[in-house]
Ligand binder design. Structure first.
Ligand code: ACO
Length: 332
């Protein structure tokens, strides 16, 4: 799908997010693993992250984010006709987290399913929602990106546990009545690199057993520096392609909203695109890498701060496990 004509676009009409109350700072982490605030900030940009309580699963965060997005748009649950949840940390392998969310919202009239696309899931969801709305399958979609990564993180592995956090972000999407909305997109995947960032055990490849638990195989495993190189390359590629497909130049970008995995990845991508730092939105210092929740939270924060003006061109750009990568050019 390429450049869209006016009147056939899909837009975000409301946003909301939820992050658990518990804050885990770098100073707290210094007491848990052999690390320092200086190392974490200089290598990743993260200063603190939120951690779900023992009782909270991914759907609980998603439900709260969804309620806030519905409330902010003055929507009732009955106003939506589909729930899509993007997550890499589902409540259960089956049923989908979206079904737990549907039950929590008492949205028993809608269809519901999950998307698994690593940290790129929210953008995959946006692209899918666009085509479902434009084809007439759905009228108004609740798209949620939620993670409780703290429960699949190895808290003894200093190379990963300092990076991630828990949160959920939600958006309501419908057909646009003006020229605002999704202008173009680009999405891709490369499964040959799946082993560089994954959760080895707990699925059908390596079912849960005493050995897998003893070997810490139910936690995120990541070759950080390999992921880093691919993320910079692929986020650059996505951004350039999405701009080209929308007929836009880099100078047209008002806000570049990248996946919040690491400030060095963000800086390198922005530099490659020649987008100046004041046009790049970064909140990784407060939440860490919350995977699929990063982009909707950034959008919500910019919106409530009054920093998104009608007509602003926004470039959303993400990379994640799979590997997967995508970008969406958007007119606010
Ligand atoms: N504190 C102190 N030292 C540490 C820590 C830590 N928390 N973690 C690792 N180190 C050490 C390593 O052991 C290594 O020590 P050595 O040189 O003695 O062996 C040294 O620091 C350097 O380690 P590297 O892994 O080479 O460090 P690097 O500069 O690559 O930074 C990082 C690591 C932050 C993980 C980086 O590679 C990165 O951010 N990669 C991308 C990760 C990412 O974005 N993942 C998510 C993308 S997709 C998604 O969001 C799911």
């Amino acid at each position: 799908m390429h450049k869209r004509e006016q009147g056939s676009r899909v837009k975000i009409v409301s946003t909301g997010f939820y992050a658990p109350e518990k804050v885990l700072t770098n100073a707290d982490l210094e007491k848990m693993v052999d690390t320092t605030d200086e190392w974490i900030v200089s290598r990743s940009g993260v200063k603190e992250r939120r951690i779900a309580s023992a009782e909270q699963a991914t759907s609980d965060l998603c439900i709260e984010a969804a309620r806030r997005a519905l409330r902010n748009g003055h929507f009732k649950v009955e106003d939506i006709d589909l729930i899509i949840v993007a997550t890499a940390s589902p409540d259960t392998i089956f049923p989908s987290t979206a079904c737990w969310v549907q039950e929590g919202l008492k949205a028993d009239h809608v269809a519901a399913f999950d998307i698994g696309a690593g940290c790129t899931g929210f953008l995959y969801g946006l692209i899918l929602a666009e085509s479902l709305i434009l084809s007439g399958v759905s009228k108004r979609i609740l798209l949620i990106g939620g993670e409780v990564l703290s429960k699949i993180t190895n808290w003894k592995d200093r190379a990963t546990c300092v990076l991630f956090g828990d949160a959920a972000g939600a958006a309501v999407l419908e057909e646009s009545r003006d020229d605002s909305g999704i202008l173009s997109h680009y999405w891709k995947a490369d499964g040959s690199l799946a082993g560089l960032l994954f959760q080895p055990a707990g699925g059908t490849r390596m079912p849960a057993s005493v050995q897998t638990v003893a070997g810490d195989l139910h936690y995120i495993q990541m070759k950080g520096n390999e992921v880093f190189k691919h993320a910079v390359k692929r986020m650059g590629e996505s951004a350039v392609e999405a701009l080209k497909r929308a007929g836009l130049r880099k100078e047209d970008i008002r806000w570049f909203i990248p996946h919040q995995a690491n400030t060095r990845i963000i800086d390198a991508t922005a530099e490659r695109l020649q987008v100046p730092p004041e046009k790049v939105y970064v909140n990784i210092q407060r939440y860490g890498n919350v995977s699929v929740a990063c982009i909707p939270i950034c959008l919500h924060e910019l919106h409530v701060a009054g920093k998104l003006k009608k007509g602003d061109i926004i470039l959303l750009d993400a990379f994640g496990a799979g590997f997967t990568w995508a970008a969406v050019a958007y007119r606010w």
